[in-house]
Design a protein around this ligand. Structure first.
Ligand SMILES: *Cc1c(COP(=O)(O)O)cnc(C)c1O
Length: 430
């Protein structure tokens, strides 16, 4: 039989129309590139003001931009304290250290996160214990977390991954049952909330990153710790400055009361972030509109799982993660999801959509951790599935002016979806 060659021509879509095969890309080459962070006169003024006469470090006896940022961020999060530190990883380490995490402790972290979440306990000599994530929110599963609690569990670190708050209701109940503190990794979740309670105020303490790709950036690296616990705030405030206690208006005593290093935020970086903070709400609202319009267009495409804010929560939309399911809706359940994702990656990138992978393996598979967990392939099945069948959009949607760019991206998705047969053929051939 020669059924293939007898297919009517009109039914065979020309793959050459796809940019991957030489067609014109769906995203115009001159589409306004989105910038992040957006740097304007306010940032330049803030930074040069510090350079021209402010204090270049925060360990002075007068208030600096660091103190002002700490005050404003605590107020926004609704916490009693905020402590500026050198970066988000240092924030996690300082919090865990203050909670007594060290050799002999276990700290439960999600198997899907940035490496720093699990590196922080390891750097303190503790063992990271990896729990699986929810397949829709990508956040720590309270059920799988519960199964991993032991008498050595010293903390649980939910990550509000991509800006979606973790299931803090379920995790708080679990943590209270075992008398274990909850530390939010809020590095991706500035402005996220559950009801009217902001990320940063949902656990015993929270770590934020100000690294320049985050939703509240500085011009480089920085971090913030929020907490209602005065002892924890005092401890991390000393540990960031060689264990010394600095008092505004009083001279430095050079007395080290506790173990500590140098993990301070500096006034130049705080000044930049203060300028960003004046536009933070406006940016967040515009981003919400841009992303909602983008996702609502994409939600019509079969086999595409678009991110959705859990009802009752505010998503910060730091990263947009899409899962691709070749199963029922697409009608190709035999196609390997990993290969389907790889084919779509190639086609979408060719159209001009800068999709990328966020985490190429579960954290417990990272060479540094192999041996800390049992690392077997059957562990953390949801994390494995998400990594195999999803791609992310990072940074491009953060600029409030990215609305039109996202509409071009939606057009590119729709074009690729018209050629889904090509994507499936590529996946089968791989
Ligand atoms: C960025 C990030 C960190 C680390 O923050 P740095 O400021 O880069 O050290 C920690 N956890 C998560 C989830 C992050 O995205």
């Amino acid at each position: 039989m020669t059924a293939r060659s007898e297919e009517p021509r009109a039914l065979i879509r020309r793959p050459s129309h796809l940019a991957a095969f030489g067609g014109p890309p769906a995203v115009p080459r001159d589409a306004t590139p989105a910038r992040w962070p957006v740097v304007g006169d306010a940032e330049r003024r803030s930074v040069t003001t510090v350079l021209d006469g402010g204090h270049l470090v925060s360990n002075t006896d007068v208030a600096t931009e660091v103190d002002q940022l700490e005050r404003e961020w605590a107020q926004r999060c609704g916490t009693a304290h905020c402590v500026g530190v050198s970066n988000g990883t240092a924030a996690l380490e300082l919090i865990l250290d203050a909670l007594g995490v060290g050799p002999g402790s276990e700290v439960i972290v999600p198997a899907l996160s940035f490496i720093a979440t699990a590196m922080a306990p390891l750097n303190l000599g503790a063992v990271p214990v990896f729990a699986d994530v929810d397949p829709h929110t990508f956040n720590l599963s309270p059920e799988d977390t519960a199964a991993r609690v032991t008498p050595r569990t010293a903390a649980i670190v939910p990550v509000h991954l991509h800006g979606q708050p973790a299931d803090m209701g379920g995790l708080t109940a679990l943590a209270q049952r075992h008398g274990v503190p909850l530390v939010e990794d809020a590095a991706q979740a500035h402005g996220a909330a559950i009801g009217d309670r902001r990320a940063g105020s949902l656990g015993n303490a929270a770590a934020f990153s100000l690294q320049y790709t985050k939703n509240l950036p500085t011009c480089g690296e920085g971090g913030l710790i929020t907490t209602d616990d005065p002892d924890l705030a005092r401890h991390v405030g000393m540990a960031r400055q060689f264990g010394e206690e600095l008092v505004l208006g009083a001279p430095r005593t050079y007395r080290s009361h506790i173990r500590g290093g140098n993990a301070k935020l500096n006034p130049v970086q705080a000044a930049f972030t203060l300028a960003q903070l004046t536009r933070f709400d406006a940016y967040r609202e515009q981003r919400e509109r841009n992303v909602t319009a983008f996702l609502s267009r994409l939600s019509a495409l079969p086999g595409l799982q678009v991110p959705r804010a859990v009802p009752g929560t505010t998503h910060a939309w730091h990263i947009l993660r899409f899962r691709f399911h070749p199963g029922p809706a697409v009608g190709a359940p035999e196609v390997d999801p990993d290969r389907f994702r790889a084919s779509l990656h190639r086609l979408l990138r060719a159209e001009g959509v800068p999709m990328s992978r966020y985490q190429v393996m579960p954290l417990p598979d990272q060479p540094v951790f192999v041996g800390a967990d049992d690392g077997s392939d059957s562990e953390h099945p949801d994390t494995r599935a998400v990594i195999a069948d999803s791609l992310t959009l990072q940074k491009r949607h953060l600029d409030p002016a990215s609305g039109p760019l996202l509409q071009h991206y939606a057009g590119a998705f729709e074009k690729v979806w018209e050629h889904l047969d090509t994507a499936l053929r590529m996946a089968r051939a791989r």
